[in-house]
Write a protein that binds this ligand. Sequence first.
Ligand SMILES: Cc1cc2nc3c(=O)[nH]c(=O)nc-3n(C[C@H](O)[C@H](O)[C@H](O)COP(=O)(O)OP(=O)(O)OC[C@H]3O[C@@H](n4cnc5c(N)ncnc54)[C@H](O)[C@@H]3O)c2cc1C
Length: 397
Amino acid sequence: MQRRHFIKQAVGAGLAGSLLGCAGRQPATVYHPPLSPIELPLSLPPLEKVEARSDRIVAMNVCTRPFRAMGPRTDVEVMGNKTVIHNYGHGGSGWSLSWGAAALAEKQIQAETNTPVAVVGCGAIGLTTAIACQRAGYQVTIYAKERPPYVRSSYATGIWSPDSRIVTLEHASGYAQTWQWMARLSYLRFQTLLGLPGHPVEWTTMFRMADKPFSEKGGHNIPGEPPYPAYQHELLNDLTPKARNVPTELNPFATPYVRQFPLLMFNISAYSQYLLDVFTRNGGVIVHRELRQQDDFKHFDEPVIVNCTGYGAKTLLNDDTITPVRGQTCKLIPQPGLQYGIQYFDKHTSFYPRRDGILVQAGAEGDFNNPQANIDPAESIAAVNAIADIMQSMRSV
Ligand SMILES: Cc1cc2nc3c(=O)[nH]c(=O)nc-3n(C[C@H](O)[C@H](O)[C@H](O)COP(=O)(O)OP(=O)(O)OC[C@H]3O[C@@H](n4cnc5c(N)ncnc54)[C@H](O)[C@@H]3O)c2cc1C
């Protein structure tokens, strides 16, 4: 209750998206979409079973979320005769907030159109920032030591999760307005990417299973991690379609509590390729370059540089405000007929029916402040086995 009050107060009358104090001027592109908060009728799709076996695992990955307790870094620094705009530290929300983060960075550039702009980084944030800068008329070159599919962004789960480890509750009120602006802008942009060849972005149906009633779950708090704000629930309630409780007679799962909800999903292989294609089609060039120290920003030809180095900024800038939050995923061979996913957090597992591989997320306590990039196969195999158990205990309804 107290938290809700806290955030609502912070957002207050500025809900329409004024970003004064963040970008310096009011963005013209943000508005409340004309969606009504109508609840979707409950209809269960045919539930094909996942072939959840460890011999169908085709990839395992680990990466670290670039989390900052106070929210992403977005300030502007002058280094010699260069202007550096920082755009990193988007925690577990980098894909989801990317278009908003990109717009925010672009609006910080106070230069003539046609000015050459360097974007350092080619992950979710770098690519969207580069495209936003191109749209604003700048000539953009991306410099990066890795590009998709070998950036950390390529190893993400790939779902709309705009308030996942983006800020701590302690800093939530100060960041709420900027967050909401970014989230709404990104959400609208994603709707324009539906139905494209390769399905870079699509909606799927999710089921959330729970052993205890959802009301007893204690919000977003994860053992071993600081409390986070439930921004999405508090501030975007009008935006995304509602979750519905699945009534007992329709519940095919073994847990007594199940919710169904639509979820926006990113097929990261196709989506990254789409972003790369748009960037190059607009005349953009990607140059391989690794920056070793902060002073390297001074050696660019471009007068303006946007720093989208994600977790890489921790070493590059000695930035101790970045906390690594480890995450391990694996992919099972895709099943084109699978049209739903499951989140069963009590059993540390979830899966998403991505077209580039059924994405299985293993959750582990001890991920927070854990920079370990080594893969623990046992973790993913346990998550896949947990899914096998769910499949086995499903009943027809
Ligand atoms: C397991 C896991 C699941 C996740 N799931 C989701 C999800 O479902 N939805 C969501 O929205 N977010 C998710 N995230 C978070 C999301 O992946 C990150 O917030 C996002 O990838 C950050 O993107 P980025 O572009 O800042 O960083 P990166 O993808 O790390 O890109 C950084 C770029 O900078 C370059 N670079 C770094 N240092 C240097 C240097 N010194 N010199 C030159 N280049 C450099 C890199 O080569 C790369 O090109 C997840 C994260 C994890 C770990």
